[in-house]
Write a protein that binds this ligand. Structure first.
Ligand code: NAP
Length: 277
């Protein structure tokens, strides 16, 4: 029996237990317990140690993806590149980041071709950075808009390969990707606000009207305002639900030292959706 958990500030509504239980049962024939552990940020350091003795592995979400680093003995792959961890193997205290892989599987399995396409990413926080790195690797022409100019400069300095934008041109982008988190929780029903090249500050609607397709990492609500507006303009849209599933699939592959497979992941995602209906 694998003992797993998700750790975050408020994970009370997380779908992670259902997703991991499904993948581990269906793909690996492994049973697990999967706890939701909400920790107030001021208590994180007092409670971090106990996670390693209580669990075989755990997933880490907002706002602890960086806070967990001092408790780890090593970082693997994207976790080392980003200094942000979403999956921890408790025994060897190793940190991984599967968000970018989940994002790539989402693009591939939704048939979104980004090679040679212009992609505007809104928000360069933890998830945004993972997506930007994967988009560059996949051959997209990447533009990144982030309202925190110091963070934008830091990310650009870290791996470059994209055009940093504090002011956004009103032009066509093949894909608009919302990584800001605006549209969920307290901002449900809202659109990200941007500073346009003209100097005007306005919602992302102007860009959504002109874009080819739109994707949002948000999965609750299933159709964020960002996606609703895009649909109103007849655009193809994708939400973050499959990315959530795929990053969990990759995390389970880490827990069980298994090799991931894109087709298998896509089949499991379809089966999971079928089971939830
Ligand atoms: P985060 O680290 O807080 O990053 C959000 C970033 O967007 C911050 O840098 C924020 O700047 C910036 N931002 C906010 N409003 C903006 C605007 N109007 N224009 C430009 N930049 C803006 O959060 P995260 O961990 O990256 O998560 C972002 C979203 O992705 C959340 O909705 C999360 O649920 C989702 N997510 C989904 C998956 C999935 O599997 N589907 C995985 C990971 C994350 P400030 O700091 O100034 O606010």
């Amino acid at each position: 029996m694998l003992k797993l958990a998700v750790i975050g500030k408020d994970v009370s509504k997380s779908d992670s237990p259902a997703i991991h239980e499904f993948i581990l049962r269906r793909r690996f024939s492994v049973s697990c317990t999967y706890d939701k552990v909400s920790i107030p940020p001021e208590q994180f350091h007092a409670r971090a140690e106990e996670l390693f003795s209580r669990y075989d592995g755990f997933n880490v979400t907002i706002p602890f993806k960086g806070e967990i680093l001092p408790y780890l003995s090593g970082l693997k792959g994207d976790a080392a590149a980003f200094g942000a961890v979403n999956t921890v193997l408790a025994g060897p205290r190793l940190g991984y980041n599967t968000d970018g892989y989940g994002f790539l599987l989402m693009l591939g399995n939704e048939g979104i071709e980004v090679k040679g396409k212009s992609v505007l990413v809104l928000g360069a926080g933890g998830a945004g950075r993972s997506c930007v790195k994967k988009l560059i690797g996949a051959g997209a022409e990447v533009f990144v808009c982030e309202r925190d100019s110091a963070r934008l400069a830091a990310v650009h300095g870290e791996f470059g390969g994209f055009t940093p934008l504090e002011r956004v041109p009103e032009r066509h982008f093949d894909l608009l990707l919302n990584c800001t988190g605006i549209g969920m929780h307290a901002t449900e029903g809202m659109l990200p606000t941007l500073c346009y090249e003209s100097g005007e500050t306005d919602t992302a609607e102007r860009l959504l009207k002109e874009c080819g397709q739109a994707a949002d990492l948000i999965y609750v609500p299933a159709r964020s305002e960002f996606l609703r507006v895009a649909e109103r303009y007849g655009k193809r849209t994708v939400n973050g639900a499959s990315m959530l599933f795929y990053q969990a699939y990759m995390a389970d592959c880490v827990y069980l030292s298994a090799s991931p497979d894109a087709e298998e992941a896509a089949r499991l995602w379809k089966e999971y959706q079928g089971e939830r209906q």
